[in-house]
Design a protein around this ligand. Sequence first.
Ligand SMILES: *[C@@H]1O[C@H](CO)[C@@H](O)[C@H](O)[C@H]1NC(C)=O
Ligand SMILES: *[C@@H]1O[C@H](CO)[C@@H](O)[C@H](O)[C@H]1NC(C)=O
Ligand SMILES: *[C@@H]1O[C@H](CO)[C@@H](O)[C@H](O)[C@H]1NC(C)=O
Ligand SMILES: *[C@@H]1O[C@H](CO)[C@@H](O)[C@H](O)[C@H]1NC(C)=O
Ligand SMILES: *[C@@H]1O[C@H](CO)[C@@H](O)[C@H](O)[C@H]1NC(C)=O
Length: 580
Amino acid sequence: MKMLLLLMLFYGSVNSDAVSKPNIIIAMADDLGIGDPGCYGNTTLRTPNIDRIAKGGVKFTQHLAASPLCTPSRAAFLTGRYPIRSGMASRSKVGVFLFSASSGGLPTNEITFAKLLKNQGYSTALIGKWHLGINCNSRDDFCHHPLNHGFDHFYGLPVTNLRDCKPGSGTVFTTAIHMFVFIPLQIVGIALVTLEALNCLGLFRLPHWVFFSCLLLAATIIGLLACFLHFFRPLNCILMRNHEVVQQPMSYDNLTQRLTREALKFINRNTGTPFLLFLSYIHVHTALFSSKEFVGKSKHGIYGDAVEEMDWSIGQILKALDKKKLTNKTLVYFTSDQGAHIEEVTDKGDIHGGSNGIYKGGKANNWEGGIRVPGLLRWPGVLQPGTVIDEPTSNMDLFPTIVKLAGAALPEDRVIDGRDLMPLLQGKILQSEHEFLFHYCNAYLNAVRWHPRNSTSIWKAFFFTPKFKPDDSNGCFPTHVCFCNGHYVTRHNPPLLFDISKDPKERHPLTSKTENHFHEILRVMQEAADNHTKTLSAVPNQLSWGNLLWKPWLQLCCSSSYLSCHCDREAKGRGKGVRL
Ligand SMILES: *[C@@H]1O[C@H](CO)[C@@H](O)[C@H](O)[C@H]1NC(C)=O
Ligand SMILES: *[C@@H]1O[C@H](CO)[C@@H](O)[C@H](O)[C@H]1NC(C)=O
Ligand SMILES: *[C@@H]1O[C@H](CO)[C@@H](O)[C@H](O)[C@H]1NC(C)=O
Ligand SMILES: *[C@@H]1O[C@H](CO)[C@@H](O)[C@H](O)[C@H]1NC(C)=O
Ligand SMILES: *[C@@H]1O[C@H](CO)[C@@H](O)[C@H](O)[C@H]1NC(C)=O
């Protein structure tokens, strides 16, 4: 009897050892839609390596990004908290950082999972995109930089990939240029023509200085626009290694290969220590790109080529794990930061955004297409291969999940919104621990999701919805993304209610005639929203205009003379392929 007990204790401890301190690899795509990977039903885009993760592990079908936009979604992912709690949710139209010389970013008092894992002895690396700020007050305080948030190593883009970063790919500033350049120019022009006409009719004598001031004003506006467009790329499209700018402007040549090689080197260096590798792909945000081996190979143009190149990169990582016998010691997670960007269609009509499958909407709105993202987890020996889980889960859940696996304690001085996924992943519980989830559009509470404990329904109530343009489309076309407030949205009172479990396409809003408990359901959801709102405390807004705008004294430049911020310290390694 004693022997049996000892044996049980022995196996118990072996078992718990096996499920503690695994390596963690997070592969996050940018703007990849849930309709893109093969394992989510795509039959023409080839993603064999992403599919391999699904086959060997767990596939979530209702995995939700905490926000439909890069900066807030990533802030929530790293901290396990709704982005509004860290001030990473905007109150204006601009919800993400656009400049390397902005002062906003993930506040230093926020705790990322990287920081907690590092304290547990993990080697930690971020390879790829950051997009959560760089500096606060001077260009070398690096207060928001990945190395200040728990990563030992950083190689990648401190800001983001944008169309403006790749010559010939157009600009994302069309709306802003219209508002701040074309409209003022028109006003100046009309004023000038009117005054000149009055002058000709002899009704008003136009002093020369007025005429020339107007011309000067127009020339200044045009000059500023030209400067902005000319300098945007070198000043903001930057590749860094730790604190050093290594390529300015960054080059797209073999970029995915370079990121992959860096990731493989990191794995090779850390075969003996637990590690956290956050591989934050530049793919498949625009500007789209891919290396020679992938150009023209997919059935979906340059978007498909980019997806297939990313999938190749994931394959290289999985292969390295096998080769180093790390597969069973490594939890691999694959996701996207939000849904596909529906409005990414070029002037020529080429589709540069991905597919959200059957779901409505996309990036920057909270219809299912904007937030329901791929969510795959593989850990052989611990997670049952081929498992599919339909319960609602959030990208914030990774925080408590991996922090607990690393043996660290969760912070107790703050609200953590994520929930440990292990019980659900291992089938110990069958229902998600999220009874309610809150969907924010920037800083505005947009919708509530309720999965009652005693029912299979998934209620989703919208307080407002974006006004799609054109009306019959699936996006907000002229503005490039949907906005979250003002006359860009339609408010709903009573809220627009759907049962996502029966109507995943969000086609048929319920009424008191079609749903007997209509008012009762909305009452509970409103109460949950009120309860949630009470848990928020006032924090500095990291995306205020003051924190978003370009501050010359924060500008990163690879040359200390600041005369020319162009350099390429990558050149020597560029030609080398990936060696395994
Ligand atoms: C597969 O992905 C491509 C590229 O996003 C898309 O055009 C196509 O519609 C998708 N197919 C399915 C069945 O969702
Ligand atoms: C890894 O785990 C799987 C599933 O439990 C098992 O079949 C395989 O033998 C393990 N491989 C190694 C190298 O331990
Ligand atoms: C489920 O529980 C809620 C209270 O949480 C109750 O109002 C509702 O009637 C219950 N529904 C069913 C189907 O039992
Ligand atoms: C809201 O909070 C009150 C007080 O804590 C609690 O009794 C109630 O059940 C909560 N309502 C919901 C819907 O969570
Ligand atoms: C990209 O890598 C390939 C080999 O993988 C090499 O032949 C090519 O020269 C590289 N291109 C550039 C622009 O460095």
